[in-house]
Design a protein around this ligand. Structure first.
Ligand SMILES: NC(=O)C1=CN([C@@H]2O[C@H](COP(=O)(O)OP(=O)(O)OC[C@H]3O[C@@H](n4cnc5c(N)ncnc54)[C@H](OP(=O)(O)O)[C@@H]3O)[C@@H](O)[C@H]2O)[C@H](O)CC1
Ligand code: K
Length: 244
């Protein structure tokens, strides 16, 4: 059927954004460890490579970011792990949607491992601008951003923030940008909701697979902002195994 017929069909969704599918099953809040078990089961029992989970996470988060902030340039802060890997993935999808995207990476691509390294290499090949901390004036990058995405630390964080992470988080918090955290605001313990002296103060947190139990603790909302759960594309059968 040609596209000219599609739009004639009653109820045709004109804006593809409205067509974004949501899982029929929403998981209850979980600990970081339990979330990481979802990753393991998806890979071991459902043959889903980690890179597929990361691609789903990144594409879903990019669609949400584009809906929340349809305009303005986007600066994505990428840590050394898979939270950073999500950031590299998001950069490609936002660039594809016509957005101006820059990555501020906490490590060089060849210091990365696994799925994060793959996504970083794809982003490099895609010509996405990647600035490495210490080799650029991050203060200028952060103050010029309209939207800042926190892909520094997620469920693998072990407080306190090391090296330049605290300085980057504080500079991001001091900016006038809209701040969006990936999975968990950097500096927050996803299980307890406890926050360190430097914690990313997000307007929105796009969390993967399920909300984190720490988000329910008092004053956590001050750092998570509005929480959106992003699907990582695992089968409904797996979600049912993890729904209490
Ligand atoms: N199932 C899912 O929900 C999926 C989640 N995804 C994303 O993956 C992250 C978890 O990735 P992981 O690599 O396990 O951990 P992080 O990226 O959060 O951080 C680990 C790296 O950060 C360094 N680190 C740890 N603590 C600190 C600190 N306090 N200061 C500085 N650096 C820190 C750590 O270095 P080490 O030397 O300690 O090893 C690591 O380099 C999850 O949050 C999601 O975003 C998948 O993308 C999709 C499926
Ligand atoms: K984060």
């Amino acid at each position: 059927m040609g596209s000219e017929h599609l739009s004639a069909r009653p109820g045709f969704v004109r804006n593809s954004m409205e067509a974004t599918m949501k899982p029929v099953l929403q998981l209850s809040p979980m600990t970081c460890q339990r979330i990481r078990e979802i990753d393991q089961v998806a890979m071991e029992q459902f043959q889903m490579p980690g890179i597929v989970l990361m691609e789903n996470a990144g594409r879903g988060a990019a669609e949400c970011i584009h809906q929340i902030t349809p305009d303005g340039n986007v600066l994505i802060l990428c840590g050394k792990g898979n939270n950073g890997g999500d950031g590299f993935t998001i950069a490609r999808h936002l660039q594809l949607a016509g957005r101006e995207v820059t990555i501020l990476a906490m490590a060089t691509t060849n210091e990365l491992q696994g799925d994060a390294a793959i996504q970083a290499k794809i982003a490099e090949a895609a010509g996405i601008q990647i600035q490495v901390i210490g080799e650029t004036d991050e203060t200028e990058l952060l103050s010029a951003a309209d939207v800042i995405v926190d892909g520094l630390l997620g469920t693998g964080a072990k407080p306190p923030l090391r090296g330049r992470y605290a300085k980057v988080v504080e500079a991001a918090n001091a900016s006038s940008a809209i701040r969006i955290a990936l999975d968990i605001p950097t500096g927050m313990n996803g299980d307890t909701g406890e926050t360190g002296e430097a914690t990313f103060r997000a307007d929105y947190t796009l969390t993967f697979a399920a909300p984190k139990v720490g988000f329910e603790k008092s004053n956590a909302t001050r750092f998570t902002g509005e929480v959106h759960v992003i699907s990582i594309g695992v089968p409904l059968k797996l979600l049912r195994q993890f729904s209490s």
